[in-house]
Design a protein around this ligand. Sequence first.
Ligand SMILES: [Zn+2]
Length: 110
Amino acid sequence: MADVPLKLVDYRVLFLEYEERHYEDGVYYRRDLEPGTGVWMRGSDGKIASLWFTCPCGCGAIAAVTVNPAYGKAWAWNGSEDKPTTTPSILRTHGCKWHGWLTDGIFRGT
Ligand SMILES: [Zn+2]
């Protein structure tokens, strides 16, 4: 599977363009956006809480990884917004079941 770079956009691109957003089987889809389109979301404390992104496989599903333990079970994160590395690997439990890694801002499927 090809490497997919994380492409950061304003959160409004991912979340507020309702006309382009579809909700199916408990998952939001944005099939109009490129795979790996992402947004860092902040919690009520102003700190980064999670990374939301369109699935690297191209299915269009919006997935998320929490990186701040204050907001639940969290992935370890290197603290970089532009070139994030999270561990362990990411597994989508719905839909496409994409499994891979986010390393230095690149999604790599297994
Ligand atoms: Zn997918």
